[in-house]
Design a protein. Structure first.
Length: 293
C-alpha cells in the first residue's frame, strides 16, 4: 500500500496570521498616504474652481464696462433695471460660465429671504461654487450653497472705516447695521479701471477666498467682507478660520492666479504691535491712516 501523500497548498493557522499581519501593516502604511493624496486632490479641485470663477468674473467685467462685482451691484446702475433689485456677484458669474446652460434667476432681491431661493438652488447645482473640503455644517445650518466669499473692502481702507467697524456683527455672517455698511464705496470697488496699482497690485489683491463654515445658508448677501472684524481671526469672521486644507485656505487673486495660503498669512490677527491693521489688510486693500475724502 502507498502512504497517503500530504495535501499540497494548505496554509497553517500561523501562516494565515502572518499574512493577515503583513496586510494590516501595509494598510497602516498606505492609508495615511492615500488620505493625504485625496486631501491634496480636493485642495487642487478647489483651486481649479477659483480659477474658473476668476476667469468668469474678468469676462463679465470686460463685457460690462469694466465692472467687477465684489458684493451686490445696485440694479439702478444698470440700464432698464428694477431700482429695488440688486445683482449678486455669484449671479453675475453665471452669465460667463460655460458650465451653466440653464436659466439664470432674475435680478436678485436680498429680502425677504425667500426671494433668494431661485439663485440658491442654481448655485447648489454647480460644482464650481462648492469646495470639496468644505466642513460639514453644524446643527441647523444646513447645506451651504456658496462656499466662497468676495473681498468687498473699500480701497483704500481709512480711519473712517476703522471708526465704523464697531462690534455689531454678531456671530459669523450676521448682518451689520445699515449705517455700518454705508461705508462700503461701491463706486470704487466695482470698477477695475479705478484700481490704483500704486496703492495695491492685482497680483496681491485677493478677490475670492473661502467662507466661514458657520455662515448662514439662507442669506447670500452675507458672502462679502468689508471690515477687519470679518477676517478669519476677527471678532465676527465671515472668512474661514479653520484648516480645511492641510496648507491653509485657497484664495483667488485679481490677476487670475489661485494659491493655497497659510491661515496666518491671510490674517495675522491682532499681534498687539504697531501697524497690525495694515498687516491684516495687506491682501485685501491698502490701509491709509487718514480720514477719507
Amino acid at each position: 500500500m502507498f502512504k497517503r501523500s500530504r495535501r499540497l497548498g494548505a496554509f497553517t493557522i500561523i501562516e494565515l496570521l502572518i499574512v493577515v499581519a503583513i496586510i494590516a501593516l501595509l494598510l497602516a502604511i498606505l492609508l495615511p498616504s492615500m488620505s493625504a493624496a485625496r486631501a491634496q486632490a480636493r485642495q487642487l479641485k478647489c483651486n481649479t474652481n477659483l480659477r474658473s470663477l476668476g476667469a468668469a468674473a474678468l469676462l463679465y467685467a470686460k463685457e460690462n464696462r469694466e465692472t467687477l462685482l465684489r458684493a451686490e451691484h445696485v440694479a439702478n446702475q444698470l440700464a432698464d433695471a428694477d431700482p429695488n433689485s440688486t445683482l449678486h456677484w455669484s449671479q453675475a458669474l453665471l452669465y460667463s460660465l460655460p458650465y451653466h446652460d440653464g436659466p439664470i434667476p432674475g435680478l436678485w432681491r436680498p429680502t425677504p429671504l425667500t426671494l433668494q431661493q431661485p439663485l440658491i438652488r442654481v448655485l447648489k447645482s454647480i460644482e464650481l461654487f462648492q469646495c470639496p473640503s468644505f466642513p460639514e455644517s453644524e446643527g441647523a445650518f444646513g447645506d451651504q450653497p456658496l462656499d466662497y466669499i468676495t473681498n468687498a473692502f473699500p480701497i483704500p481702507y481709512t480711519l473712517n472705516n476703522v471708526n465704523q467697524d464697531t462690534p455689531n456683527g454678531g456671530g459669523p455672517g450676521v448682518e451689520y447695521r445699515s449705517e455700518n455698511q454705508d461705508v462700503v464705496d461701491s463706486a470704487k470697488f466695482f470698477k477695475l479701471d479705478r484700481l490704483d496699482e500704486r496703492i495695491i497690485s492685482p497680483s496681491r489683491l485677493i478677490y475670492i477666498t473661502e467662507v466661514h463654515h458657520r455662515m448662514p445658508v439662507v442669506d447670500l448677501q452675507l458672502h462679502d467682507a468689508f471690515f477687519a472684524s470679518q477676517l478669519p481671526f476677527g471678532q465676527y469672521p465671515r472668512m474661514a478660520s479653520d484648516k480645511r486644507h492641510s496648507k491653509g485656505l485657497n484664495a483667488l487673486f485679481l490677476d487670475g492666479s489661485a494659491h493655497t495660503m497659510p491661515l496666518r498669512q491671510i490674517d495675522v490677527g491682532n499681534t498687539g504691535t504697531a501697524g497690525t491693521l495694515g498687516l491684516r489688510l495687506r491682501w485685501f486693500t491698502a490701509y491709509l491712516n487718514a480720514p477719507s475724502d
